[in-house]
Design a protein. Structure first.
Ligand code: NIG
Ligand code: FE
Length: 415
């Protein structure tokens, strides 16, 4: 007989079960089980219900993890947009921005993304792996059990492969799941002798097939923005990526609109940023299957407005929230604080914030096996030391989980 593990009793479990992928969610629609037990088998949830009843039915093959204090259990969080594979710091950019320069001005002067590209190219793959794991540990301490990680600081065939290999090897060394995305279309590298179109042609013909062949990623991202790529330039690249079987996601509407329309036209999984999206873009996204991903960490890092998350939900859109953790625009890398702050600034219910970092974020990564606590889903769980779910968002990231379970195993405990 297979071994099973019963966790409990748990004061409150927010299962997320039955909440739709799109639209607003009042807090009273958040499904909660009180005095709950969670039975786990082979890394998956076998049963979730009332602990006292489940405990009566345990057999000799059931290990019990008896909880001695009050906990709220949530699905492990999913951070659907990060750039945590990088070397170096951009503290100087941050200081310059706060002294009055814009993100795009700093980039034009040779700072910005290109500075991180230089430092990342100079780093060994081992150093990149160490950096990823160090940052992922911090995310894990917030309850994040799945992290999307983009390339995009290599910007040549060789260096982009190095980044994607580092992400893959880091994934093998650390229990949190890493989902990689090729962001070779971040900017045209400054050392490339040719047009943005010529650069995109080379990466679509030389890099993307190698990524597929070596099974390094099945996702492609592109930065649609002034100083990066425009819609006309990127279309042939996205067509090629689609043809090769990649799933698409777009850095859209961060400083100027355009990217979200493209995301809808290409049926991308997600359109991320959306700080300057107007009602027109919001409606377009809401009528599509594209998930809107807000990145409050980038608004905080750049000192600019937040994604209109309230409007996106009210229009019937699917909202996820991710950290965008990167050395330039979003150095904080604290998803729980950022999501709670967006909730406060945009007047989101706790149910909407929680959905945006669990099953709705999982959908942005095309993962349908996590983010909800019900039979057959991954046993990815975080246990917060409180008896009331509202305390978690109220503390805006100050209340950390005490125990985290990934695929049914305890991988983190804070004493
Ligand atoms: O999502 N907007 C473009 N890319 C990243 C920033 C990368 C960087 O500044 O290093 C972002 O904000
Ligand atoms: Fe980003």
């Amino acid at each position: 007989m297979e071994q099973t593990t019963l966790f409990g009793p748990i004061c409150q479990v927010a299962t997320m079960d039955g909440i739709p992928l799109k639209g607003s969610i009042p807090d009273d629609k958040l499904p909660k089980i009180h005095r709950a037990g969670i039975l786990i088998k082979d890394g998956l949830i076998e049963e979730i219900g009332v602990y006292a009843e489940m405990h009566k039915r345990i057999t000799a093959n059931t290990k019990t993890i008896a909880l001695q204090e009050d906990f709220v259990c949530l699905p492990g969080f999913v951070d659907a947009h990060t750039h945590i594979c990088f070397a170096g710091s951009r503290a100087e950019d941050y200081a310059k921005r706060n002294a009055g320069k814009t993100y795009l001005e700093i980039a034009e002067e040779g700072g910005g993304i290109w500075d991180t590209v230089t430092q990342t190219r100079n780093a060994s793959k081992t150093a990149l792996i160490e950096g990823i794991i160090e940052r992922a540990k911090k995310h894990l301490s917030n309850g994040v059990t799945t992290i999307e990680i983009k390339s995009g600081y290599g910007l040549s065939v060789k260096e982009e492969l190095k980044m994607l290999e580092a992400i893959k090897e880091a994934d093998e060394q650390f229990p949190v799941d890493f989902i990689s995305t090729c962001l070779a279309a971040h900017i045209t590298p400054k050392d490339f002798k040719g047009s943005p179109e010529a650069y995109l042609k080379i990466i679509s013909e030389e890099l993307l097939p190698l990524i597929r062949e070596r099974n390094l990623s099945n996702r492609v991202d592109a930065f649609i923005e002034k100083g990066a790529f425009n819609e006309t330039q990127i279309i042939p690249y996205l067509e090629k990526a689609k043809e090769l079987g990649f799933l698409l996601t777009i850095h859209a509407d961060q400083f100027s609109t355009g990217g979200s329309k493209l995301a809808v036209e290409f049926n991308a999984l997600s359109a991320d940023h959306l700080e300057v999206s107007t009602d027109k873009e919001i409606d377009l996204l809401a009528q599509s299957n594209v998930i809107s991903v807000a990145l409050p960490g980038a608004s905080l890092g750049l000192g600019c407005g937040f994604t209109p998350a309230r409007k996106i939900l009210d229009a019937g859109g699917a909202l996820a929230i991710a950290s965008d953790h990167n050395p330039g625009s979003a150095p904080m890398g604290d998803l729980l604080s950022e999501a709670a702050i967006l909730g406060s600034m945009e007047k989101l219910s706790n149910a909407e914030v929680l959905s945006a970092i669990t099953f709705r974020a999982a959908a942005a990564l095309n993962l349908r096996d996590r983010g909800v606590l019900k039979k057959g889903f991954l046993a990815d769980l975080s246990f917060f030391p409180t008896s009331n779910l509202n305390e978690i968002f109220y503390h805006q990231g100050g209340l950390k989980p005490k125990m985290i379970v990934k695929n049914g195993k305890v991988i983190y405990e804070q004493n």
